[in-house]
Design a protein around this ligand. Structure first.
Ligand code: HEC
Ligand code: HEC
Length: 317
């Protein structure tokens, strides 16, 4: 096991700025001040198991945001398991400091109950009842099975404790007001699937589950409306790149590149980072691809099958 590292020095990693996600909406609504929180008071009868939880961890990309950067760079290899936070998400609304979610009792989430964890992941509510900002992509995680969230929690509990807390987010008013997120959530937090697939096609159902929930692929690949909600009719149809460089590509069958890719080409890309033309994956997709390479071949094949089956977002391209 790797030694614990202290996450006290904040490190700016510009490339992470895609994570501003639905924050636009929070802005518009922050001043309204709705305080309603919806949480669950019950857990399913399930005994949480760390081993399937590891799969959910990689599918969910938790390390991409929560692993403590090393020498100012994104953590690699085993350092991805040190979830001390410290990454700064530099957005137009201010700076988010990704928190410590290691099992450290004082500084991380070591003393959280299972219910508190589930409410954070699926309802965007903290143990003390505050709304989380959607820069934590719980709008996607809300679509996960609660049993998987519980297994994920069991896996996180096996990771090294990391000491150190991160500073408060430095957001400008009115974004600094968390209450407004309540209304935004009522518009955007939905647990039902986005795309209809044949209910007897196990592979498509699995692919849909991995892409729409844990994988949170839509958070980057789907364009957003004026309130920061993902536009369902253009699901995965490509979006502005908050890094300011180019666009996040359309990955439906109308995508410029993927329209020419078979399902096995897509699966190979997710496994290796190579396109059929032996180009290599770039930008913010690099971390996602590294996570995908940790999944099973069946999981990647299911994701690829789903991407080939979703409606073309721009059929006239
Ligand atoms: C896109 C970046 C990003 C990803 C990916 C991400 N998170 Fe987070 N997470 C955040 C941010 C930012 C916050 C702080 C939100 C706030 O303060 O409102 C946060 C907060 C949390 C919290 C609350 C911590 C606290 O101290 O209150 C938990 C728990 C959490 N994340 C778990 C996870 C897990 C588990 C995963 C993987 C399934 C994950 N996160 C993936 C960015 C991310
Ligand atoms: C952090 C934002 C982000 C997330 C999350 C994300 N992607 Fe991407 N994705 C990108 C970017 C940026 C590119 C372009 C990469 C490049 O330029 O090499 C890309 C490229 C791709 C491509 C190749 C498309 C092309 O035209 O070259 C596929 C396929 C893909 N992503 C699938 C996925 C899947 C499946 C998921 C969810 C498991 C996902 N992405 C999640 C940002 C993201």
């Amino acid at each position: 096991m790797a030694p614990a590292r202290t996450a006290t020095t904040p490190i700016v990693l510009k490339k992470s700025s895609y994570y501003l996600l639905g924050t636009v909406a929070v802005i518009a609504l922050a001043a309204i001040g709705l305080t309603r929180t919806t949480t669950t008071n019950e857990l399913p009868a399930h005994s949480a198991d760390a081993s399937p939880g590891e799969r959910i961890f990689w599918a969910g990309g938790c390390a991409s945001c929560h692993a403590t950067p090393v020498d100012g760079k994104r953590a690699k290899g085993d350092d991805k398991l040190l979830l001390g936070g410290g990454l700064e998400l530099d957005t137009p609304f201010g700076v988010f400091h990704v928190p410590n979610i290691s099992p450290h009792v004082e500084d991380g989430i070591g003393d959280w109950s299972m219910l508190e964890f589930v409410n954070a992941m699926q309802h965007g509510v903290s143990p003390d009842g505050r709304h989380y900002y959607p820069s934590f992509p719980y709008t996607s995680y809300a679509k996960m099975n609660t049993e998987d969230v519980m297994d994920l929690r069991a896996y996180l509990a096996t990771l090294p404790e990391v000491a150190g807390t991160t500073p408060e987010h430095a957001l400008d008013f009115p974004w600094s007001v968390r209450r407004g997120i309540g209304l935004w959530k009522r518009m955007n937090l939905k647990s039902d699937p986005v795309i209809d697939v044949a209910e007897d096609d196990e592979q498509l159902l699995l692919g849909r589950y991995l892409v729409e929930s844990a994988g949170h692929c839509g958070e980057c690949h789907t364009p957003r409306d004026g309130f920061g909600g993902m536009i369902a009719s253009e699901w995965l149809g490509g979006a502005a790149n908050p890094d300011g460089e180019g666009k996040v590509p359309d990955i439906t069958p109308s995508g410029k590149n993927v329209s020419g890719w078979s399902a096995s080409d897509i699966a190979y890309y997710l496994e290796s980072g190579f396109t059929p033309d032996f180009d290599t994956v770039g930008g913010t997709m690099v971390a996602v691809q590294e996570n995908m390479s940790r999944l099973s071949a069946d999981d990647r094949a299911a994701i690829a099958a789903y991407l080939n089956a979703v409606p073309a977002a721009h059929p006239t391209n």
